[in-house]
Each structure stands twice: as structure tokens, then as C-alpha cells.
Design a protein around this ligand. Structure first.
Ligand SMILES: [Zn+2]
Length: 128
């Protein structure tokens, strides 16, 4: 199940981004996942539940946006979203296709908890 490895990387990236935004809690992670990315969103969600406790994303939500496969014909330039997985151009019948989108897996954005957005008092501890 490579979704576990994916989620580990993803959480690392999200934590780094959260640090830069003030180090609060992450409320929502919005992902763009291509139809052809080979990622099972159920497995990804499961990995999220298993791996997020103890991170800034703990208790947060994971949201997916499916990106349809879009391919372009290199012979005639026609680009389209095939209704099913076929790599043949509907216009000229050519099979020389390029994938434009549909294989990506990106973090579109993350939302921080409200508290993280508001200005904070500088870290100060009188006991130190
Ligand atoms: Zn074509």
C-alpha cells in the first residue's frame, strides 16, 4: 500500500508549510488527485487517520479534488478528456498522445486553524 508512504511525505510537506505559517494546527488539507495518479483515496484517507495523530494535522480534515485525465493528440493537437481509458485520438485516430493532466497529486492548499492565523504573543516563559 504505497498510500502510506505518500501520506508520510505529504504530512511532512504540510507540517513544513504549517511551520512557515506560524506553527498552528492544520484544519484542512485539500489535495488534487489525478484520475490516473494510481492513488486510492480510501487508502489515503486511512493512512491519514493512522499517521496524522501527533502531527499538526491531528484532528484535521482531508479533502480530495479529482482531476480528470486529459490527453492531447500529438498529431492533430486535439485535446480531450477520454470517457474511458483509451489513448486514441477521437479526431484523427492517432495514438501518439500526451497526458496533459490526470497524473498529478498535489497539495492545492491547507487551511490553518483560526488561532494559528491570529497574531500571537511572542514566546516567553518566565520559568526559563
Ligand atoms: Zn488527433
Amino acid at each position: 500500500m504505497h498510500e502510506v508512504a505518500l501520506m508520510q511525505n505529504l504530512l511532512r510537506v504540510v507540517e513544513e508549510a504549517a511551520e512557515k505559517q506560524g506553527g498552528g494546527k492544520v484544519k484542512l488539507v485539500h489535495l488534487r488527485i489525478g484520475e490516473m495518479a494510481g492513488v486510492n483515496t480510501e487508502s489515503l484517507r486511512f493512512a491519514f487517520q493512522v499517521l496524522s495523530p501527533g502531527t499538526r494535522v491531528e484532528g484535521g480534515e482531508l479533502e480530495f479534488e479529482k482531476i480528470p485525465l486529459r490527453i492531447k493528440c500529438l498529431s492533430c493537437g486535439e485535446d480531450h478528456c477520454p470517457p474511458e481509458l483509451t489513448f486514441r485520438c477521437p479526431r484523427c485516430g492517432g495514438a501518439n498522445m500526451e497526458i496533459i493532466s490526470g497524473r498529478e497529486m498535489d497539495i492545492e492548499y491547507i487551511m490553518m486553524d483560526e488561532e494559528g492565523d491570529s497574531p500571537r504573543a511572542p514566546a516567553f516563559s518566565p520559568t526559563e
